[in-house]
Design a protein around this ligand. Sequence first.
Ligand SMILES: Cc1cc2nc3c(=O)[nH]c(=O)nc-3n(C[C@H](O)[C@H](O)[C@H](O)COP(=O)(O)OP(=O)(O)OC[C@H]3O[C@@H](n4cnc5c(N)ncnc54)[C@H](O)[C@@H]3O)c2cc1C
Length: 546
Amino acid sequence: MRSRNSSRQTILEGTYDVCIIGGGATGMGCALDAQLRGYSTVLLDAGDFVSRTSAASTKLVHGGVRYLQQAVADFDYGQYAMVRKALHERIHMLRCAPFLAHPLELLVPCFSLWELVYFTIGMKTYDWIAGSASLFPSRMLSKAESLRRMPSLRSDKLSGTVSYADGQFDDARFGLTLAQTFAQQGGQLINYAKAVGFGKDTKGKLDVLEVEDQFSQERFQIRAKVFVNCTGPFADHIRLLANPSVAERLRLSKGVHLLLPLEALQSKSALLIPKTEDGRVIFAIPWLGRLLVGTTDDEANLSDEMVVTPEEVKFLLKYVNQYLKVNLTPNDVLSAYAGMRPLVKSKDAVNTKKLIRDHEVEVDEVSGLISVLGGKWTTYRAMAEDGINHAQRALGGQQVACKTLDFLLTGAQGFTPDFWKQLAQNYRLSPETAQHLAEKFGTDSPKVLELAAQDPQLLQPLTDGGFVIRAEVVYAIREEMAQTIEDILLRRVGVQFHSWREAAQAAPVVGQLLAQELAWSDAQTKQAIDAYLGSIQHLLQSAGIG
Ligand SMILES: Cc1cc2nc3c(=O)[nH]c(=O)nc-3n(C[C@H](O)[C@H](O)[C@H](O)COP(=O)(O)OP(=O)(O)OC[C@H]3O[C@@H](n4cnc5c(N)ncnc54)[C@H](O)[C@@H]3O)c2cc1C
């Protein structure tokens, strides 16, 4: 990726076939698809890339057993079709970036023979729908085998578990890898650039996007033939900017997750808690050295602050403590995050839990704006294919087939699960650092380590005893357009997901490296570090953590 300043200059000077507004899963997928079909494509995001919903998911690459349950219970073909599509897209995600996404075993605890039979039939149906895209077959496990796999499971009334397969991934890095791949294919992109208005041609069709630089507040324009709205929860706002007479289409739902010590689970498999009092499912998943627990599903508004509240912490801990032999309290929460689902409205669904997670592509006949609404991370590629098929029709000319299905993302070429051993040996890294780099960058890891070859100081860890090294920070600034401490600690290197307190410890070093790379003044650096520390304090306080 080029530097932000140089990207901005190039974007200003060009005219593009396709302009993608929004750089989450949907936008990144659309941008790569359009660029690979040969359209000159530009993408902009109001904040950092992948900074909203797409970094706040449960990090599952899945069809969704809950949606299958709903499909059966409500005889809902729409839910079934969505599960089927997602199960087929699941295999694509695991193949195109195997360093970021891999299969995961999940266990469903059962407390009677009836439940064992019920969930076995359900999971066999899930396997059957996946067909050739199945990861491994589901099966019923005895109580003894279940406890061998997950010793922390409360055993008092347990009859056994049902084991089934889905995938898991690193959502933030997946989005950034899509961004890097798009840039390598010649695409242009810029973060912290907000779409604030449109210009129209004599027929009333969009031809110019007014953009506000979120650092300098300067306005500039992007010229393109087609505009694709991929702004997730903000999509109605962009639709209304293009055509003030359209009706709103989205309903938003908040979901939160907690990160807890992995020792609470003592397992490589994940736990699915199939039913809470209010009809949700909760996952407890081993993820990058932590136990990831979520999620909730509550109606939300665009203006709601996405912080985790003490009630949400209490709700999730209650179920973890009920199913696992632990007694976790809010003080055990190491980190947490909240996100907003952009769900497409349905007349029938009374609450957001019942809304189908499928996507919809809308073409506004008046302005020409194409909006890709709703969907899931798992189906980002199929959504992009659909969105760019529409863009292509609007552009006219020769219709080119979508090329993303078997396209490997950068870092995937030549990757094997033991690639980290090569890294550890060649660069004399600790196993933890080598594994961490391989999980974040795949076979692109040497590009990060080359920076340390030029400046050995960059091999130092970010925090005492931590496994993230300083070279990653410099790489994030030079090659991944990181502009703030949060861009780096949360999405690029993952320390803030791992631990809020560890992230606070790392902030001064990251601030200094940003200052060196972006020529910040001392006052600017201090302000950035203080602001970041303040934001972590705010997250802790909002969640009611001491
Ligand atoms: C709690 C939760 C758990 C989930 N778990 C899973 C899961 O396990 N698996 C799965 O497959 N899916 C999951 N999902 C769904 C999935 O995360 C979302 O469907 C997906 O991330 C939506 O991506 P998006 O790109 O449409 O939206 P976003 O990621 O929100 O991206 C929209 C982007 O548009 C930008 N933007 C907004 N306004 C403007 C503007 N004016 N100008 C420029 N840019 C703008 C924003 O900054 C943002 O980056 C989950 C969702 C939630 C909330």
